[in-house]
Design a protein around this ligand. Structure first.
Ligand SMILES: [Zn+2]
Length: 209
């Protein structure tokens, strides 16, 4: 079990660095977790994604109780647990305060325009949940409810949470959302944002079949 956990912890260390270095998780914001047979491995409270060590990743049960490790688990542990409980197909979760993406959450605008094929292929919409205090049960439940239908959700005035089969996929999808936002802002600066029409969107969706 120790060996398996070391491997999984290394995944969190690796993708944590990628997340920070891409500017998507500044300072000690955000948290990362992976579902394991023994419970949920999650980053500890107050840790920076770029500087994680194995000791900064702790094991909790689905009620958020500490099972292994010496640090306090992330304060958003209930949100992670809520999503895993609801979705058997999700094995990894990233929650971050990526500034570019969070600007949509602050503006109260869901991310859903058909501006680039990658986004249309992977997503229909990144919906927005109302503001609730970070770490609260209300936030966890509100996000959980949206995960019944979606794999990524914007948290009003806060950030984004995304889940997938593994951390690599969660990170890649997050990058697509981040690219969307960057491109959208660029097109707005240029004064024109052209959308893909319904036929073009359907062609893209059909590439999946
Ligand atoms: Zn947060």
């Amino acid at each position: 079990m120790e060996f398996v956990q070391t491997g999984v912890k290394n995944e969190i260390l690796y993708w944590g660095k990628r997340l920070y270095q891409k500017g998507m998780s500044p300072s000690t914001s955000g948290n990362i977790s992976i579902k394991t047979k023994e419970g949920i491995l999650i980053t500890a409270s107050g840790t920076c994604a770029n500087d994680l060590s194995e000791d900064d990743i702790v094991l909790i049960d689905y009620d958020g109780n500490l099972k292994d490790g010496n640090k306090k688990p992330s304060s958003e542990k209930i949100m992670h647990s809520e999503i895993y409980t609801l979705r058997n197909d999700i094995n990894a979760i990233i929650h971050c305060h990526c500034p570019l993406i969070t600007s949509f959450a602050v503006a109260g605008i869901p991310i859903k325009k058909a501006i680039i094929p990658d986004f249309v292929y992977e997503f229909d919409e990144i919906p927005l949940v109302p503001y609730f205090c970070p770490s609260s049960i209300e936030l966890a439940q509100s996000v959980g409810k949206r995960f019944e239908k979606y794999n990524a959700v914007l948290l009003k005035n806060h950030g984004i949470v995304i889940g997938d089969v593994n951390l690599q996929q969660a990170f890649y999808k997050l990058e697509i959302i981040r690219n969307y936002v960057e491109i959208y802002f660029g097109s707005q600066v240029l004064g024109k944002t052209c959308l893909l029409n319904r036929k073009q969107q359907n062609e893209i969706k059909n590439l999946k079949i």
